[in-house]
Each structure stands twice: as structure tokens, then as C-alpha cells.
Design a protein around this ligand. Structure first.
Ligand SMILES: NC(=O)c1ccc[n+]([C@@H]2O[C@H](COP(=O)([O-])OP(=O)(O)OC[C@H]3O[C@@H](n4cnc5c(N)ncnc54)[C@H](O)[C@@H]3O)[C@@H](O)[C@H]2O)c1
Length: 248
């Protein structure tokens, strides 16, 4: 398939996991890409792995810094000529006993996951309106069903969903679409149990376990590629669960 031939995309969080898988997928279908992440070396590595007919650029960028966000969008448009698809994937997970969750940690999760997504959407809007492009944001099953220890994370992702729906109805008449994917149980560094606190009640977390098995980040990239391409032309304001049936 070559659904992104002649199209230009910007992907945040492209150094690893779902972001890297999405970069590889869109590049393989002909997209020219601007890849951004706080991990400068790893995002450069992703760019090197991309194989396709388009040009692939990369730069270090903290999605929570408005100046860095503006610089990434400017460079994308000046060097690649336009922007057709914005894919916001950068995010952090924090699992905490809510009574112990510090305000600092709460703010950090909201700032990266929600404000970072907002900043990129806002900076990209003028260009996406010009190209009649679209946005794919990354929410989470934690926005749809209570996720124990995920007060900040779930709130940030529910915010991403509300932001996505707002953009869909506010700009839909002008030809812009905005959708979200809601992954669950995807095998990435974030999903690895090793990175989580040990004193959590895993029985409580079981409702967020997949029906059959966890899968790799490419299963989310597949859905992002469909929604972000013209195949998704009639999908707007939607959030698609990619969770192996966990919340079915
Ligand atoms: N893995 C899952 O099961 C799962 C489930 C639901 C939602 N998600 C969401 O999917 C997205 C990708 O997660 P993943 O599993 O690939 O995790 P990951 O940790 O492998 O990748 C996240 C990427 O975001 C980058 N990042 C973090 N903070 C950033 C910042 N301030 N600015 C720029 N980049 C930043 C990281 O460097 C990393 O490359 C996240 O938004 C996450 O919340 C993942």
C-alpha cells in the first residue's frame, strides 16, 4: 500500500514504541516525515530505520515546550513544504497510589500528555487547514474505564479525547479531521511491568489486561495509518480502541 505517497506527516514520540512503529509504517507507505522526541539519539535512529520514497527528518523536541513545538512545526513546513497528518504519540505513564501522588507529578503527566498534545495541535492547525489534513492523537483505555493508580494518566488521556472531539466538530466543516486511538496492553517500554512500582495490587489492574495476549506497537501503527490516510475520510471525532478486546 502507498497511502501516504505525496503526503507529509509529523510524529511525536517517534524514538520508541508506538511512535517508532508508526514512523516506519507511514514511511514505508511513501510519507515524508518530521520525527520528534526528547530522546535525540533514538529519534535519529528511527529516522535511519525508515525505508520509503519520502524524505525523513528528525529533531529533538520536548512536546511540553511551546517554543520547541513551534520550531518543529516550522521546520516541517519549511523543509517538507506542508503538513498533511499530525500524529501525537509522545507520552509518559505514571502509576501512583493517588493519596501519595505529588502535585508535581500530576502536573508533569498532564503537561506532557495533554498540554503537549494541545500545543502540537494548535501549532499545526493553520497548516492542516491549508492541506485539509488530519490529526491522530493517542488516548488510552485508561480514559474509558477506571485505571487504578492512574489518576493523572487517565485524566490526561480523557483530556486528549475531549480535545480531539472538540477539534473534530470545530474544524470539521473546514475539511479537517481529528481522531484518537486508545491503545491498551501494547508491548513497549512503557507497558513493561519492570518500569512500574512494585507495591501495586495487580488483581485490581487485571481489568486492564487483554482478553487474549499483549501485542507489539505495530498493531497501533496499523490503525493510525488507516485513520490518518484517505481511507479514514469519513472518520472524524472517533476514538478507536486497540486493546485486544480488554474493554469490550
Ligand atoms: N503501551 C501501551 O500499552 C499504551 C497504552 C495506552 C496508551 N499508550 C500511549 O501510547 C503512546 C506511546 O507509548 P509507548 O507505549 O510507545 O511508550 P514508549 O515509552 O515506548 O514511547 C513514548 C515516547 O514518548 C517520548 N516522550 C516522552 N516524553 C516526551 C516529551 N516531553 N516530549 C517528546 N517526547 C516525549 C519518549 O521519549 C518515548 O520515545 C503514549 O502516549 C502512551 O500513553 C500506550
Amino acid at each position: 500500500m502507498n497511502r501516504f505517497e505525496g503526503k507529509t506527516g509529523l510524529i511525536t514520540g517517534a524514538a520508541a514504541g508506538i511512535g517508532r512503529a508508526t514512523a516506519l509504517r507511514l514511511a514505508s507507505e511513501g510519507a515524508s516525515l518530521m520525527l520528534v522526541d526528547v530522546q535525540a539519539d533514538a529519534v535519529a535512529e528511527t529516522a535511519g530505520l525508515c525505508a520509503g520514497s519520502g524524505k525523513v527528518l528528525h529533531m529533538a523536541c520536548d512536546v511540553s515546550d511551546p517554543a520547541q513545538v513551534g520550531a518543529a512545526i516550522d521546520r516541517c513546513v519549511s523543509e517538507l513544504g506542508k503538513l498533511d497528518v499530525l500524529v501525537n504519540i509522545a507520552g509518559i505513564l505514571s502509576l501512583d497510589h493517588t493519596h501519595e501522588l505529588s502535585l508535581e507529578r500530576w502536573n508533569q503527566v498532564l503537561t506532557i500528555n495533554l498540554t503537549g498534545t494541545f500545543l502540537f495541535c494548535q501549532a499545526a492547525l493553520p497548516h492542516l487547514l491549508k492541506s485539509r489534513g488530519n490529526i491522530v492523537n493517542t488516548a488510552s483505555t485508561s480514559a474509558l474505564a477506571g485505571m487504578p493508580y492512574g489518576a493523572a494518566y487517565g485524566a490526561s488521556k480523557a483530556g486528549v479525547m475531549a480535545l480531539t472531539r472538540t477539534l473534530a466538530v470545530e474544524y470539521g466543516k473546514k475539511g479537517l479531521r481529528a481522531n484518537a486511538v486508545s491503545p491498551g496492553s501494547i508491548k513497549t517500554a512503557m507497558g513493561s511491568r519492570q518500569n512500574l512500582p512494585e507495591d501495586l495490587d495487580w488483581k485490581l489492574i487485571e481489568r486492564h489486561m487483554p482478553l487474549d495476549e499483549a501485542r507489539g506497537p505495530e498493531v497501533v501503527a496499523n490503525v493510525i495509518a488507516m485513520v490518518g490516510s484517505d481511507e479514514g475520510a469519513h472518520i472524524n471525532g472517533e476514538s478507536i480502541r486497540v486493546d485486544g478486546g480488554t474493554l469490550a
